[in-house]
Ligand binder design. Structure first.
Ligand SMILES: CC(=O)N[C@@H]([C@@H](O)[C@H](O)[C@H](O)CO)[C@@H](O)CC(=O)C(=O)O
Length: 317
């Protein structure tokens, strides 16, 4: 089995799908976006077509093209490109999984189907197993995001014996605030060397304490460098610096808002790369929001990372 040379760990940016003002995908900026993540944010792993990437709002053909563009532009620059291939239709999910393997992606992830839902662990595993089997050489990650899917099966329950059913299972992307469930997943599966990737960015420090081996999230698009500093502080057991980062992050960024529309607007401001509006049913961030976010980011010196004071996101004034 062609598993990655190294385990998926550290920060993984959940990529935004850039769009034009007309709502078409803007493929032309993806190369620039890769360079920005690597050079400016120090982030070399990406998660494509997930929540932040509006994967479920794209057509299957668009999802294939987006995945292909990221793999092509990321070649020799990124470490790992994981493609989210979850869909309501098993057939579509399998088609996307097979496509991810064909284009040379490094892994696939799948959410629980969320319209006609699996109500038991065994049914969910059966669905995931069928998708994973369509890409038998690719590492498989379960993407647990119960608030959005409405599928409340605890991850800890799902992981019990999962590799017997899904031999390519390599880890969990856990986008939920139930740290007890997360901690139990880590605790019970430590010996299997799975990747435990936390997906609630504003709680990452707590998840590190519970044993997270990495993180997938929207904010690592523009806060990758600062979050890497937090990871380093945590590694050095400098909890006070790590906490300083997490607190600053909570105070400063939670007031800006974290929806996909806001993420697109903030990323455009911070990176200078146009991300465009989201697709319906999401609404473009209002001018009022963008103006106040810009003022806030300026007051933090945040529109130029190089000016940031070490270990602090505090306002320059
Ligand atoms: C619900 C949601 O979008 N969660 C984000 C977080 O990164 C989130 O934006 C962040 O924690 C801020 O709330 C990620 O877990 C989603 C993600 O990784 C993805 O785009 O698939």
């Amino acid at each position: 089995m062609a598993f990655p040379k190294k385990k998926l760990q550290g920060l993984v940016a959940a990529t935004i799908t850039p769009m034009t003002e007309n709502g078409e995908i803007n493929f032309s900026v993806i190369g620039q976006y890769v360079d920005y993540l690597v050079k400016e944010q120090g982030v070399k792993n990406i998660f494509v077509n997930g929540t932040t990437g509006e994967g479920l709002s794209l057509s299957i053909s668009e999802r294939r093209q987006v995945a292909e563009e990221w793999v092509t532009k990321g070649k020799d620059k990124l470490d790992q490109v994981v493609i989210h291939v979850g869909a309501l239709s098993l057939k579509e999910s399998q088609e996307l999984a097979q496509h991810a393997a064909e284009i040379g992606a490094d892994g696939i992830a799948v959410i629980a189907p969320f319209f006609l839902k699996p109500w038991t662990k065994d049914i969910l595993i059966n669905f995931l197993k069928e998708v994973a089997a369509a890409a038998p050489a690719l590492p498989f990650y379960y993407y647990h995001i119960p608030a959005l899917t409405g599928v409340k099966i605890r991850a800890e329950e799902l992981l019990d014996g999962i590799q017997d059913k899904i031999p390519t299972f390599q880890g969990l992307k856990f986008s939920d605030t139930d740290l007890l469930d997360f901690g139990q997943c880590v605790d019970q599966n430590r010996q299997q060397q799975f990747a435990f990737l936390f997906g609630v960015d504003e709680q990452l420090l707590s998840a590190l304490v519970m044993g997270a081996t990495g993180a997938v999230g929207s904010t690592y698009n523009y806060l990758g460098r600062k979050t890497n500093q937090m990871l380093e502080a945590f590694e050095r057991k400098d909890l006070s610096l790590a906490l300083n980062y997490q607190s600053c992050f909570l105070i400063y960024f939670s007031c800006l808002g974290f929806g996909v529309s806001q993420t697109k607007a903030i990323m455009t401001l911070v990176s200078g790369i146009p991300m465009g509006p989201p697709r319906l049913p999401l609404q473009k961030a209002s001018r009022e929001f963008t103006d106040s976010a810009e003022a806030k980011l300026k007051s933090l010196d945040f529109l130029s990372f190089t000016d940031l004071k070490d270990g602090s996101l505090e306002a320059s004034s």
